[in-house]
Ligand binder design. Structure first.
Ligand code: PLP
Length: 419
């Protein structure tokens, strides 16, 4: 459930009519709903009610906006971060360092040191040399890094290849077959408290089966590690739960997920950690755009909007679907391809789709844009960096400014030795 709904024929975010934001802030602009973020955070937490010891870390890569993070920090969420930049953001948003988990396949030594200096709660080690480096850095600082070893359970998550992370050929984690020996060696290192296992098999998962298969494998690994004398107190189950992007999409609910997790992990006797991203933020945001032109095409008309692939990359990157809705729908429909102004054919949001009939000057939204939206924006084609707005009831605030193309250009220079 979300808080984007029509009132008297106009699309609102909570109690704010979207045309007001378009007029005051301009388009394109991301609009987030605080109430929706909070609701999703509560639903996910409630779904885990049967799990006695747990820690929920929002995967901030899907929406690292400071305002959004503050909302989730107030919900008691920690953060899953994948870079030093995200680590600093999480702390700046008010998330306690001990509630931060540091994931990521290519952490630098400087980032590992930063995590230690900031006192984060857990490092998710992706391979043995990283664990060795972390142990060395921690020992030199006379500190102990709390860590878990990420395993690659070799299951097919059944999602888009570019966001599948748990197959043997993917770059993430260590093979579950070699995990016991690696765990054994890392667990001996001073500077490291290796306390468990992590996994994350992919994103936008639409079935619980691959997750369950992976968790079962991890359950066996935990038993093996304990039999070898290791103390296993934490298991990080990652994120990945899918969200509905279009009518007919029926991903597992957080409640179904929670029930499966509770059943599979019943005897594990550990603190379970979760890293939800998309399921919290995806449907809490829209990308508000204005129709610039409607241009006749060979197959169907082109609706040319002022948002482009640089603002919302998912369709170009993953062939992703985002619902397109007029802010003031007339009730009529048209068949059109929705495209942005960027000079490549990849800048296509939808092909030959039946949509609300729109004309130049009309406002529309791409739905389900709260996750992996603004954070992937670029300035390709020397476009401005898209701004973000957070709505809270009958008020709203710009939580990220539009960064003008000129500001980006001002950070560049022409060498004076080119005459
Ligand atoms: C991306 C990512 C997540 C979040 O995935 P969602 O599909 O957005 O829930 C969680 N953990 C790790 C390690 C990730 O890389």
């Amino acid at each position: 459930m979300d808080h984007f709904a029509y009132r008297d024929g106009v699309l609102y975010a909570e109690d704010i009519a979207l045309p007001r934001i378009a007029e005051e802030i301009g388009t394109p602009v991301y609009v987030y709903s605080r109430a929706t973020l909070e609701r999703h955070a509560q639903v996910f937490r409630d779904a885990l009610a049967d799990i006695p010891r747990k820690h929920i870390a929002f995967a901030i890569k899907c929406n690292p906006n400071l305002g959004v993070l503050r909302v989730l920090a107030r919900q008691g969420y920690g953060a899953d971060v994948v870079s030093g930049g995200e680590l600093e953001r999480a702390i700046a948003s008010g998330i306690a360092p001990e509630d931060i988990v540091f994931s990521g396949v290519g952490k630098t030594r400087a980032e590992l040191a930063l995590g230690l200096d900031r006192g984060i709660g857990q490092f998710n080690i992706e391979h043995e040399p990283e664990g060795v480096a972390l142990a060395e850095i921690a020992a030199r600082k006379e500190m102990t890094a709390q860590a878990v070893l990420r395993v690659n359970p070799d299951v097919d998550a059944g999602t888009h290849a570019k966001i599948s992370t748990g197959k043997a050929e993917n770059k993430f984690g260590v093979g579950i077959d070699v995990a016991p020996e690696i765990f054994d060696r890392l667990a001996r290192l001073p500077g490291l408290k290796l306390r468990g296992i992590a996994l994350h098999i992919g994103s936008q998962l639409t079935s619980l089966d691959p997750l369950e298969a992976a968790f079962v494998r991890v359950g066996r690994l935990i038993a093996d590690l304990r039999a070898a004398g290791h103390d296993i107190t934490h298991v990080d189950l990652g994120g990945g739960l899918g969200v509905p992007y279009k009518e007919g999409d029926n991903p597992p609910s957080p409640a179904d997920y929670g029930a499966m997790v509770a059943r599979v992990t019943r005897d594990w006797d550990v603190t379970l950690m979760f890293e939800p991203g998309r399921v919290i933020a995806g449907n809490a945001g829209v990308l508000l755009t204005e129709v610039l032109w409607v241009k006749p095409g060979a197959q169907s008309d082109f609706v040319i909007v002022d948002a482009a692939m640089n603002d919302l990359a998912r369709p170009a990157l993953y062939d992703a679907w985002h619902d397109f809705q007029a802010v003031r729908p007339s009730g009529e429909t048209m068949t059109a391809s929705i495209v942005g102004p960027v000079c490549e054919t990849g800048d296509t949001f939808a092909r030959d789709r039946v949509i609300d009939k729109v004309a130049a000057g009309d406002l529309a939204v791409f739905r389900t844009a709260g996750a992996y939206g603004a954070t992937m924006a670029s300035t390709y084609n020397s476009r401005s960096l898209v701004p973000e707005v957070l709505v809270d009831g009958d008020r709203y605030i710009v939580v990220a400014d539009r960064i003008a193309a000129g500001t980006i250009m001002a950070a560049e220079r022409v060498p004076d030795w080119i005459d």
